[in-house]
Structures are given as C-alpha cells and as structure tokens.
Design a protein around this ligand. Structure first.
Ligand code: 16G
Length: 241
C-alpha cells in the first residue's frame, strides 16, 4: 500500500465528516490535543491537518474560540448580470444592506473614464456592506451616473435593491456589464466591516454596468470575502481557424 502521511489521513477523516454531514457548518472541531489523543498522532500532525483544511476553506479559525466547519462557498455565475439582492434570494438566504456612506461626489479621472463623463462630474456614491442572513459578505462602492442621479439618495437604500430601483423607478434597466476580478488582502477597515482577520484573502471586483444603448450607469468597486465566494464561468472553445 502506498505510504500516506498521517496528517493526510487525519485530513481525510475530517473531510469525510464534513461531506457526510456528521460535521455541520458552524460546528466546532476538536482541539489539536483532542485530535492527537483520539487518532494517536502527534500534535504537530493534528495542527498541520487543521492548517491545511483551513487553507482549503473547509475550516475557519476564530481567535481564542477554536476552529469551526466553514459554510460552503457561494458559487457565483459570471455569465448573467445579476444584483446582490437577487443572488442572495436565489440561494434562499435573506439579503441585507448596511448603508455605510452615501452622498454626491466628484469623480476622479479613472471613474470618469469608466462612466464616460468629464473628470469632476458630480455623481451619486453609495458605500454599502452587503449581508446574507446577517453575515457580511462584501463591501460595495457604487458610483451612479445619470441625469437626476441625486434623487437616488432620497430613497431608502437599506430596504431596496439598487438594480431594482434603477429599473423600476428611473427606467434605467442594467443590461450589460464589464467586470474585472483581482486578488487582494483585507485592510484593517475592511476586515472590521467584513468580520474577518486583517490580511485575509479577498476578491477585488470592478464593474461597469450599462443600461440601454451601452450607456454606463454604474461604476462599482467591491471587496468580496475570499472565503465565501467562488466564481464560475463557462468557456467554449472557439472554432479552429
Ligand atoms: C452586485 C454588483 C454591484 C451592484 C449590486 C446591486 C458585483 C461585483 N457587484 O453586487 O455592482 O451595485 O449587485 O445589487 O457583482 P442590489 O440590486 O442588491 O443593490
């Protein structure tokens, strides 16, 4: 039989426990000492198993509280233009918004280019924490640009979907978007709002959303929790030339 390192065996035992449902999301994992006694391995071995499963996103640690089974990641499709509220509802969870900041701002050169407006143009800015079942998943800064966009700030944006509002109240349905995704590390301020450790992996997303006639209406910069999201897309091989 091929040699399998002890930590790997222990990892597989824990993994099977999660897959079979014996260990459920949020359950605490036995301590390194308990694991080493129960499976007759060294504490170093137990620690290595836990560290690797944590790195794989199956477990997460809470300082001073222990190690827990993580929730499965959200598989976000990158083929359809959807909003946060719709995505979370489709998963059977309760979407939530914490409005962190809002107001009219002057756009810098970068955002102006994305929104196809002159630098310094006044646009509506929303900075929102987005939650699912009260758990923070993402921070989103949206710059919204259209004639009369200041009216957006009069609406209760905690209870309403931005995309829903743009479509039904302002007649500006989001139709298409361009999006970039990059890896990043949570800053101190982001970590606090997302309830994760400083320096945790995050996904940085930049999206330009267009309404009819390819008119940009939103430029958003978002920080998504790396332990919560996996992005899926479908690729078709181009016909050979
Ligand atoms: C998504 C968009 C965000 C948009 C929001 C609208 C990304 C990276 N971002 O989260 O740009 O503002 O949906 O959601 O996907 P809402 O309709 O629930 O307000």
């Amino acid at each position: 039989m091929a040699f399998v390192p002890r930590y790997h065996q222990l990892k597989e035992i824990i993994r099977e426990g999660i897959q079979s449902g014996d260990l459920k999301p949020g359950d605490v994992i036995p301590s390194e000492r308990e694991l080493s006694e129960r499976y007759n391995v060294s504490r170093m071995t137990a620690r290595q198993s836990i560290v690797e499963l944590t790195n794989e996103g199956l477990l997460y640690r809470r300082q001073g509280k222990g190690t827990f089974v993580a929730w499965p990641k959200i598989a976000q499709q990158l083929t359809a233009l959807t909003g946060f509220t719709g995505d979370i509802r489709a998963r059977g969870q309760r979407p939530g918004t914490k409005l962190l900041e809002m107001g009219m701002v002057q756009v810098d050169g970068h955002a102006a280019l994305r929104l196809q407006v002159p630098t310094g143009q006044r646009v509506a800015r929303l900075y929102r924490a987005r939650l699912a079942d009260d758990e923070p998943l993402a921070l989103e800064q949206s710059l919204i640009s259209f004639f009369g966009c200041e009216q957006l700030l009069e609406v209760d944006l905690v209870a309403t979907s931005l995309y829903g509002l743009l479509e039904t109240r302002f007649g500006l349905p989001p139709i298409e978007a361009e999006q970039e995704i990059e890896a990043g590390l949570a800053t101190e301020a982001e970590a606090e709002l997302l309830e994760i450790a400083v320096g945790s992996p995050v996904l940085l997303l930049r999206r330009t959303t267009y309404t009819e006639r390819h008119q940009p209406i939103e430029y958003a910069e978002s920080v998504y929790r790396g332990d919560k999201y996996a992005f899926h897309t479908r690729l078709l091989r181009p016909p050979t030339q």
